[in-house]
Design a protein around this ligand. Structure first.
Ligand code: SF4
Length: 282
């Protein structure tokens, strides 16, 4: 039986850098992180065993004189302000791509508000990255998740559209076309989808086709994982979603001569290696 790990799967550079930074900083002592450093419980547990303490924004607001890591998704300006007021040293592991997007949104907001226009963000309400992006606009940006949300937009003023970095390119193209249709020349569209994620889709389709069975590994909380899993399933009906080697049942592999292992941008390489090892030992 041939077992292959998808070479394009696993952590994106933003997450790799955040984890590297966390490990470096943990060697210097106590470190907190706002929210899970990555949407994968096994990697979170691994870092917790090294001393990383995951907290929410409520707990963060009460901390004083300690070190807190801001993860790859980025944080709104309020978190930086609270850190300064409370003597907190920020270990900023925000992905440079996200930081650049925050800056672009801030600048566009300053400009568009003079014409009573709005910043619109195509993304998931309440997602950590989106909270950070909306924070650049004093909380005034409108978040659009789907077609129905377009109804809340006011097309009599300018609109500047951005996207959460991890959304699908197809979804963004649909939404931006619909908004353009309604707002015409008053709409400026900025495609800010991270290609590290978007480019994975065609690569994943090919990978799913060349194997009899696909074991897709991702954590429960990964929205990127669910999206990529669905794409794999479209190409290969024998695609199974697992979190770890324990979730693999013998019937999943029945009669398979080649097995592909792939994962989300939040799936650690070591979890996929563990699965490969188990399957090749069978
Ligand atoms: S998906 Fe792209 S923008 Fe988001 S953290 Fe990863 S590298 Fe950065």
């Amino acid at each position: 039986m041939r077992v292959e790990i998808d070479e394009n799967s696993g952590f994106c550079t933003g997450v790799v850098n955040a984890i590297r930074k966390a490990e470096e900083e943990l060697s210097r002592g106590e470190l907190y992180c706002i929210g899970d450093i990555v949407h994968n419980s096994r990697e979170v547990e691994r870092l917790q065993r090294k001393g990383l303490k995951t907290i929410d924004h409520g707990k963060f607001a009460l901390l004083k004189n300690c070190r807190v890591l801001f993860r790859a998704h980025g944080e709104p300006p309020l978190s930086y302000k609270q850190a300064e007021e409370n003597g907190i040293e920020v270990i900023d592991a925000s992905c440079p791509v996200v930081l650049n997007l925050q800056k672009r949104i801030r600048e566009a907001y300053e400009q568009v508000k003079r014409e009573q226009g709005k910043i619109v963000i195509y993304g998931k309400r309440g997602h950590a990255e989106v909270i950070g992006l909306v924070g650049q606009t004093n909380g005034e940006a409108v978040v659009v998740e789907n077609e129905a949300d377009i109804e809340q937009l006011n097309f009599s003023h300018p609109i500047v559209l951005f996207s959460q970095t991890t959304k699908s390119l197809e979804g963004f193209q649909n939404i931006s076309a619909l908004i353009k249709e309604r707002g015409g020349a008053g709409v400026i569209v900025h495609d800010t989808i991270c290609r590290k994620v978007a480019n994975r889709i065609p690569q994943l389709r090919n990978f799913a086709k060349i194997h009899d069975v696909i074991i897709f590994v991702c954590g429960e909380k990964s929205s990127n994982g669910r999206q990529l899993f669905a794409i794999c399933r479209e190409e290969n009906k024998r695609t199974y979603l697992v979190q770890s080697v324990e979730n693999i049942r013998p019937e999943m592999l029945e009669g398979a001569e080649s097995i592909g292992i792939s994962g989300a941008t939040s799936t650690p390489a070591w979890v996929m290696e563990e699965i490969k090892k188990k399957l090749t030992e069978q």
